[in-house]
Ligand binder design. Structure first.
Ligand SMILES: [Ca+2]
Length: 101
């Protein structure tokens, strides 16, 4: 989990700088679409494990995936919807708020 947090903290502030706030939300949405299970429209353990390579997260261990899912899952259905994914990404990258107006 520690590694993942560091990655996101490094990654998102520079994304914010590059894309701006709306652009970043679009990128988050693209990331969500990339990782989601196409049939359910949600990020599940299986979809995250299968597709994490596409986001350069190929070293993600199963327990880190479980950790991300349980941390991000707000309604308790065991998967991440778009909103839960955005919240999780923003929570994992508190440095983002330094860029808020
Ligand atoms: Ca959920």
């Amino acid at each position: 989990m520690e590694e993942v947090v560091v990655d996101f903290e490094d990654y998102f502030p520079s994304m914010m700088e590059r894309y701006g706030e709306e652009g970043l939300l679009m990128e988050l949405y693209k990331g969500f679409r990339l990782l989601m299970d196409g049939e359910r429209g949600l990020i599940t353990f299986e979809s995250l494990r299968n597709k994490s390579v596409a986001l350069g997260l190929s070293d993600l261990k199963d327990e880190e995936i479980v950790c991300m899912l349980s941390e991000g899952d707000l309604d308790g259905d065991g998967a991440l919807n778009h909103l839960e994914f955005c919240f999780l990404m923003i929570r994992l990258s508190p440095a983002l708020f330094l860029y808020a107006p």
